[in-house]
Design a protein around this ligand. Structure first.
Ligand SMILES: *Cc1c(COP(=O)(O)O)cnc(C)c1O
Length: 380
């Protein structure tokens, strides 16, 4: 079946108990045994819950994996996937990524005896050279947050397969509507479902989908052992959001591309970083590996911090807030907000400078969004 159909039906038949058409919220910590030594399908909600299972099965279908897992947050999903590593293991991480992932790696995972190298793996020759005998995992996101650089998923998977290294792709920015990393050879997909998958800025959640049964076994064990799973109420909300993912992504994509083109022609803007523009250095790759560009991108205001802050203080319809992927439009300043925890020298090296602004374009009418940016830019 096609994506739109799976989003509404996969994992979600009418409920076995009363025939509820929508998956009920099984708000229970525990389940009665049928008899001594005879548990039912579920026994305890950390190990499994019917509402969570519906979401997990649906996510697996949408990403084309063997099994999905739902977590309390995107970071809980990441912490669980990174727990596949232990003392003495080495991980290669793309050097341009979500600030929270950077913090988890450098402040938590590094303390567990895992050695971490941040490498620009857009250069596959450099990736190949950075792989050591103890390298167990390659971690990346594409497009990157907030610089909108792309990584060639098929090329990276091919290198990793040859060297027997696991690959993880954070697919939060495009969602499976526009990009399916497992189809391109990645082993594990992670998501912050807080963003597009839920889409309504009313839940924090995370997900993992895996391509192979062995990995499903390992992640299932870790999810239960670590207790990082999502609760049934949140799973219900994410499942509800997921049903409209395809139409929301199409609307985000059209609005964001329209605004990117408009900004590119604006005299107060020096650069627009959007993979759907011809001016993006990896535009060809974007067209090859994804079917759309999503709703989030960045741009540089001429000048620096003062000019950027003027724009941020004058928007009225865009809300100054972190996060992305909701139906409402948000605007933020990566250097002082989402990426504040990244050291200044690292930010400067990769280009998260004071003139950079990121927007998450919602699904309001594009004319209203452009009118808001027009008046805010007039104040710059
Ligand atoms: C938000 C985000 C995360 C973290 O997810 P939370 O749900 O906030 O824990 C991870 N990766 C990316 C790309 C994100 O945008």
């Amino acid at each position: 079946m096609k994506f739109e159909t799976l989003a509404i039906h996969a994992g979600q038949g009418p409920d076995k108990a009363y025939g509820a058409v929508m998956t009920p919220i099984y708000q229970t910590s525990t389940f009665a045994f049928k008899g001594v030594g005879e548990p039912g399908l579920f026994d305890y909600s950390r190990s499994g819950n019917p509402t969570r299972k519906a979401l997990e099965d649906c996510l697996a279908a949408l990403e084309g994996g063997v099994r999905g897992f739902a977590f309390a947050t995107g970071m809980a999903a990441e912490a669980t996937a990174l727990s596949l590593l232990g003392k003495g293991d080495h991980i290669i991480v793309h050097d341009d990524l979500y600030g929270g992932t950077y913090r988890l790696l450098t402040k938590v995972i590094a303390n567990h005896g895992v050695s971490i190298d941040f490498v620009n793996i857009r250069d596959t020759a450099l990736l190949e050279k950075s792989i050591r005998p103890d390298t167990k995992m390659i971690w990346l996101e594409t497009p990157t947050n907030p610089l909108m650089n792309l990584l060639d998923l098929a090329a990276i998977s091919a290198v990793a397969r040859r060297r027997n290294v696991l690959t993880v792709c954070d697919n939060t920015f495009l969602s499976p509507v526009f990009q399916r990393p497992l189809d391109l050879g990645m082993d594990i997909v992670v998501h912050s479902t807080t963003k597009y998958i839920n889409g309504h800025s009313d839940v924090v959640g995370g997900a993992i989908v895996v391509r192979k049964p062995e990995l499903a076994e390992q992640i299932g064990f870790l999810q239960n052992a670590m207790g990082t799973c999502s609760g049934p109420q949140d799973c219900f909300l994410v499942l509800r959001g997921l049903k409209t993912l395809a139409i929301r992504m199409a609307a985000h994509n059209a609005n964001a591309l329209g605004i990117a083109q408009w900004l590119e022609a604006h005299p107060k803007i020096s650069r627009v970083l959007h993979p759907g523009l011809n001016s993006h250095p990896q535009h060809e790759l974007a067209l090859r590996q994804s079917t759309g560009h999503g709703g989030t991108f960045s741009f540089r205001v001429k000048g620096g911090r003062n000019e950027a802050f003027k724009l941020l203080s004058n928007v009225k319809l865009f809300t100054l807030a972190e996060s992305l992927g909701g139906v409402e439009s948000l605007i933020q300043h990566p250097a002082t907000m989402t990426h504040a925890s990244m050291p200044l020298d690292v930010k400067e090296k990769i280009g998260i400078t004071d003139d950079l602004i990121r927007i998450s374009v919602g699904i309001e009418h594009i004319n209203d969004l452009i009118a808001d940016l027009t008046q805010a830019l007039a104040a710059v």
